[in-house]
Design a protein around this ligand. Structure first.
Ligand code: PAF
Length: 281
């Protein structure tokens, strides 16, 4: 695996190697890699000649400075994992490399309601920061395929929307959420959970499964309330529980029995914020 730190080095490498746009698969990450990330690399490996991963903890997408400062970093272990998973290039830029003129946004992305609901409501500006960095990375790499995890369901829709807005010819491949044996979605933030918090954390997935099992039996508002009560009783501080159309994330009050639904949740266990989602039908 080749390690490149400067955007110019990466674009020259791709350009000089005359590597076709549609044979490049790209996996953007913020490091602290787990099997969820590695499953993206494995899928990209099967579908592309060149697999590029990036590790960059992007300051502009954090609304909470403590969250940014406490974001786990395990760079040496990450390098070994990427190499083993068959990644060809690791792009590891610094903040100054990515934002040589400062990180103030040069453009506002029109993300419609996706910018202000769910994650957008509780983390204002977050998705603008995500679009800013992913746009820069896509410009540097110009991949034919971009690999994202379904765990960040709303982020997948946002990035798709941004890509169609900037008119880039990159397909977004969404890979299934990887889970621990007890159902907890793999996340870099899980390492911040204490032993006891880690045991409780599986209840997030159990509650989403409860929604799925009862979707035909209960009124959706009641179902959300029941799910919220379960989590609150178990000591979670719930930010949101939503049942939405999977295509658009519009809230669904009365389900037509046809459209695909997704349940999404964000909740704190003490200081650690976790998100998860489950497609319901
Ligand atoms: O999902 C993430 O890790 C980040 O939001 C991403 C897509 C790498 C952009 O910084």
């Amino acid at each position: 695996m080749i390690l490149l730190k400067h955007p110019n080095d990466l674009s020259s490498f791709i350009h000089n190697g005359s590597i076709a746009h549609n044979s490049i698969g790209f996996v953007p990450t913020m490091g602290a890699l787990h099997d969820g990330h590695l499953s993206l690399i494995h899928t990209a490996r099967l579908e592309n000649t060149l697999v590029i991963a990036s590790i960059f903890v992007n300051p502009t997408q954090f609304t909470d400075l403590t969250d940014f400062e406490k974001y786990p970093s395990t760079i040496e272990a990450d390098i070994l994992k990427l190499e083993k998973a068959g990644c060809d290039i690791l792009f590891l830029p610094s903040v100054a490399d990515m934002y040589p003129n400062g990180s103030s946004p040069s453009q506002q992305y029109d993300l419609g309601h996706l910018d202000s609901i769910l994650e957008g409501e509780f983390r204002p500006g977050h998705f603008q920061g995500v679009c800013q960095i992913v746009h820069l990375l896509l410009e540097t790499i110009s991949p034919g395929r971009l690999y994202l995890g379904q765990k960040d369901f709303q982020q997948c829709l946002v990035i798709k929307k941004m890509i169609s807005q900037i008119g880039m010819d990159t397909s977004v491949i969404i890979c299934p959420t990887q889970r621990e044996p007890d159902g907890l979605a793999m996340s870099s933030r899980n390492v911040r959970l204490s032993h006891l918090e880690r045991k409780k954390a599986a209840n997030l997935f159990n509650t989403l499964s409860y929604i799925k099992e009862n979707i035909l039996l209960e009124d959706l508002e009641n179902l959300k309330q029941m799910a919220q009560n379960i989590l609150t009783e178990q000591g979670f501080k719930v930010e949101y529980i939503a049942i939405s159309k999977a295509q658009t994330l519009e809230t669904v009050q009365n389900w037509d029995g046809k459209s695909t639904l997704v349940a999404l949740v964000a909740a704190y266990i003490n200081q650690v914020r976790l998100i998860d989602n489950l497609v319901l039908n």
